[in-house]
Design a protein around this ligand. Sequence first.
Ligand SMILES: Nc1ncnc2c1ncn2[C@@H]1O[C@H](COP(=O)(O)OP(=O)(O)OP(=O)(O)O)[C@@H](O)[C@H]1O
Ligand SMILES: [Mg+2]
Length: 278
Amino acid sequence: MSGSPSELPMVLLDALMPTSRRLVVNRRGSMVWEMDSHLGHYAVKLGYPIEATADWPAQPWTALAPAREGAVLHRLGLDDSAYGEWEHGWWNFQPWHEGPDLYRLWEPCRRRGSSVAPHASVALGCVEALAELHAKGWAHGDVQPAHFIIGPERTHLIDLALARGGLVPKGYDFPFRGCLVHYEAPEIALSVLTTGEAEPTQEADIYALGATLLISATGWRAVAYPDDAPRAVQREAVANGKRRPVKAPGELGEVIDAMLSHAPGDRPTLHEVRKALS
Ligand SMILES: Nc1ncnc2c1ncn2[C@@H]1O[C@H](COP(=O)(O)OP(=O)(O)OP(=O)(O)O)[C@@H](O)[C@H]1O
Ligand SMILES: [Mg+2]
C-alpha cells in the first residue's frame, strides 16, 4: 500500500481541513502524518492490516491499533483527539508534539570517543512522562527511545496503542503480544515465548525505560544477542537475563542497572529513580 495523500480518508480531511501535511512514517501496518490546520497541529495515524508473508503471519490487529489508542487517549482525558474507521482499518488524530525523540537527542553521546554526557535532566523528563501515565493507573507496554518526544517545555510519551489500565471497547481491543524485544522485560519475554501473549505492567515499563536510557546513551542493547538472531532467540536471551556489561556514565549508569533488574520486585520505583537522578 502506498502512502500517497489521495489515500487519506475524506472524513478525516473534512474534520481537520489540513493546510499542510507531511508523511512521517509508513511501515508495519501504520501510517503517520503530521498535519497543520486552523484547528491545530496534529499527528494523524492510520492503521491497516499486515498481510501474511513467507516469514511473517498476517497481523490484522495493526488495523485496530489507532482506534485502541484513540480510546486510551479519551480514557486519559485527552479530549483534543478523535478516532474513526476508514476503508482499511481505523485512524486517529492527536496533538503533535514538537521536538526530537530521545534517541536522536542523545546521538552526540553515542559518537565514538564522545565527551558529551547524557543529561540527567533529559532522563528525568522521561521519568516524569512515564510517572504521569502510571499515576493514572496505566502501564504503557511499548516504552522505547522513539516514544519519548523531548519538547521545549516537557517530555511527551507517545504511542499508547498497547497501554493497559482501563476499559477499552471489545470491538477494537486485542491481546498484547510483546513489543520491540530490546525493551522487553524478562518476564514479558518469557510469557510471550510460552503463551504468545503477556500482560504489560508498570514494573515492565520501568525495565523498558532502563533499556531505553541505556541504548540512547551508549548505543548498546541491555541484553547480548546477535543482530540477526530470530525473535524467539532474542526473547530467550532476554528471559535468561544475559545482560551486557555496558554502563552509562555516572549516577545514570547505577540507576539504569537497578531498573534492568531481572526480578520485577528488585527494580526501583519511578519515585526512587527520580530521587537518584535529582
Ligand atoms: N503525537 C505525536 N507527536 C509527534 N510525533 C509523533 C506523534 N505521534 C507519532 N509521531 C511520530 O510518528 C512516529 C510513529 O508513531 P507511533 O510510534 O505512534 O506509531 P506506530 O505505528 O506505533 O509506529 P511504530 O510501529 O514504529 O511504533 C513516532 O516515532 C514519531 O516520530
Ligand atoms: Mg510506535
